[in-house]
Design a protein around this ligand. Structure first.
Ligand code: GUN
Ligand code: ZN
Length: 444
């Protein structure tokens, strides 16, 4: 671990995307690759970034330089949709969404009534994020307010920027897991007052999905959003065909699934909707008009058999999108594995996902989806210093492949196709090294 000193200096190979773009074809122009670079951070923020030659004179002798000559340093990965209480239930067999929720998910989430249990899993969860190079996430907790306390307390240990919230759910779930319109409002309000903007923590109003909230509860969620416009809204949308049909039955007066959320004031620039696999044209338009964001969750959409998300449409319709692991319906914490599946999901639709576009979605694009691109997502001066050191040759097979990489884009694509947590050599949060892999297989 690095010392607690306020200044950190990192030397190595850096790669990031400098700016938000409006079309995928523009990403290449924004790629910034510095083969021998230097990054200086002070009090958690980036104060200098450029080539080692130009920057080395800014360092005085007392500053220790962490040097990674072989590795690749990229901005920390951003996970725009994940459930921390589902950490222990990855790989639950055989069901699609609605049966999977009843059979596996609800019984698992009941355990989080116990604060000690929630603390234990929250610590494991945060460590797992760091081990996988994820430095910011938008997280579902459970219906229990103490599950939110557990998560923010664990994140604070590392000064990690997390967005999270208590699930609101007052119907179609076991009694132990339901609140009421009134108690959900009161509990969420108390949690906003306690956590939102404390350190790097941010709060998300979190109705699970339209089927598990009464109209009264959605109304209360909208009231909260109106009272606290700078908190987030985080929910699920249009993941599974049976789910969509159920929403149409439950809310016959609304034009579409998204229209339910829109009607209650839950769309907007800080609203993130997980999945959006089967959106209708009018819903795409509403996502665009309200500047709402999508969390694309490829491993989950494949695992639950939900469908193929049309990533290309986000560019066509100008809708913000980030990557989500959606643990525990998703099957990996690692954004490298998530990108591997994202590529295949596009292949099955006849589309290409380039390595630089993948990097974009995992970093600055995810930051934009979370309305945090002024703070996160690349190495621009003034941004918060969250980044990952990647070992491109974590296995013998990877080393063989990397030796044949034609250029940085090809090397990155091979990493995104073959990579996992073995490739995460170190993770830095707010300028401090918070994770370093112990047994790094030396194969090169
Ligand atoms: N829809 C409502 N709840 C959930 C959940 O926990 N996971 C997923 N993937 N979809 C949901
Ligand atoms: Zn989910």
């Amino acid at each position: 671990m690095s010392s607690n000193s306020a200044v950190t200096a990192i030397r190595g190979r850096f790669l990031d995307i400098q700016n938000i773009v409006s079309q995928a074809a523009q990403i290449t122009e924004q790629v910034r690759y510095i083969e021998d670079g230097l990054l200086i951070t002070e009090q958690g923020k980036i104060t200098w970034f450029g080539s080692w030659e130009q920057g080395k004179n800014n360092l005085d002798d007392t500053i220790q330089v962490d040097h990674y000559p072989e590795q690749l340093i990229v901005p920390g990965f951003i996970d725009t949709h994940i459930h921390f209480p589902q950490t222990e239930m990855v790989g639950a067999y055989g069901e699609q969404l609605l049966e999977w929720l009843n059979t596996y998910t609800f019984p698992t989430e009941m355990q989080f009534q116990d604060k000690n249990y929630a603390d234990q899993i929250a610590k494991f969860f945060v460590n797992e994020l760091l081990k996988n190079g994820t430095t910011t996430a938008l997280v579902f907790c459970t219906v229990h307010p103490q599950s939110v306390d557990a998560l923010f307390e664990a994140a604070e240990q590392h000064q990690m920027r997390l967005i999270a919230g208590k699930v609101m759910m007052d119907r179609h779930a076991p009694e132990q897991l339901t609140d009421t319109a009134e108690s959900a409002y009161n509990d969420s309000k108390a949690l906003i007052e306690k956590w939102h903007g404390k350190g790097r923590n941010l709060y998300a109003i979190t109705p699970r999905f339209a089927p598990t909230s009464t109209p009264e509860q959605l109304e209360r969620a909208g009231q909260l959003k109106a009272e606290y416009p700078d908190v987030y809204v985080h929910t699920h949308l249009s993941e599974n065909k049976n789910e969509i049909a159920w929403v149409k039955d439950l809310f016959p007066e609304q034009k579409s699934y998204l229209d339910v959320y829109h009607h209650y004031g839950l769309t907007g620039e800080r609203s993130v909707f997980a999945h959006c696999v089967h959106l209708e044209d009018a819903e795409w338009q509403c996502m665009h008009d309200t500047d709402s964001a999508i969390a694309f969750c490829p491993t989950s959409n494949l695992f639950l058999g939900s469908g193929l998300f049309p990533l290309k449409k986000t560019w066509e319709q100008q809708v913000k999108v980030g990557l989500g692991t959606d643990i525990g319906a998703g099957t990996a914490f690692c954004q490298l594995q998530t990108l591997n599946e994202a590529y295949k999901v596009q292949q099955l639709q006849g589309d290409k996902l380039s390595a630089f576009e993948s990097l974009y979605h995992a970093t600055i694009g995810g930051a934009k989806a979370l309305h945090l691109d002024d703070k996160l997502g690349n190495f621009n001066i003034g941004k918060e210093a969250d980044f990952v050191v990647l070992n491109l040759k974590a296995t013998a097979l990877q080393a063989l492949r990397q030796q044949r990489a034609r250029n940085i884009e090809d090397a990155l694509f091979a990493l995104f196709t073959m990579g996992d947590d073995r490739n995460i050599q170190a993770t830095y949060i707010f300028g401090r090294k918070v994770y370093e892999q112990e047994t790094n297989e030396k194969t090169a």
